[in-house]
Design a protein. Sequence first.
Length: 299
Amino acid sequence: MAEQNMDKVLEKAQVLIEALPYIQRFNRKIIVVKYGGSAMVDEELKKQVIQDVTLLKLVGFKPIIVHGGGKEISRWVNKVGMEPVFVNGLRKTDEATMEIAEMVLNKVNKSLVKLVEELGVRAVGISGKDGGLLKVEKKLSNGEDIGFVGEITEVNPKILYDLLEKDFLPIVCPIGMDAEYNTYNINADDAACAIARAVQAEKLAFLTDIEGVYKDPDDKETLISELTVSDARELIGDGYIGGGMLPKLNNCIDAIENGVSRVHILDGRIAHCLLLEIFTNKGIGTAILGDQEDKFYNE
């Protein structure tokens, strides 16, 4: 074998060796992946994300996918001649929009099931309505009624535990019901966070359209690889965090304080971002951990 070819083979072996301690540490542990953003629209990225999650399953993790579908919902709302309306970043959801949202999210859900099944892993797509998984009440936006948008009040994870025990990969779309069995749309970040808390997930990973958390969003050199909950609160308090990152980071803090070991914010536009973050020493996004946790990445 030529020396150049041998170097490539050894490089591949080194990648596998680097992944070994992470595989050992997280074997049989639950990881919740919130899947959204551009990675849901680009067909090639979609396949790569599903390959990543499937690989996690096959090396011993217990992944659960929670997906959004906001861009696709807006596309279908436009298709039927309606105009998407957002209030403080939340979709105003009347009865007609709710019907479209549920239809679209279920369509997206089954397309993800198909991709997983094609890779030889058994998957089951469910919504928060199934098995009483996600119970909600009406969510107000700064006191304003924005329709059928739900705030999660209770998670019943039994259906997820049952599926994991039977070696299925659960794929959840963020639809829930209230006490009167009305259907509500739920923010996918909120749903992923609530589910991760309920199953005491080892990891919660958000696939987003940003590289991670920056101390200075205008300076790409200030990407933070790891920060504690206290660090995160300090960044928020000092005004470094704003826009869509603020509720996401608050969700991360909430998850950590309710039993999730680590939360990762990743750029879903990067091919195989999940594998790079979880199985390499440095990672590529931002990991948030509890104040008492040891840093895990090697500097």
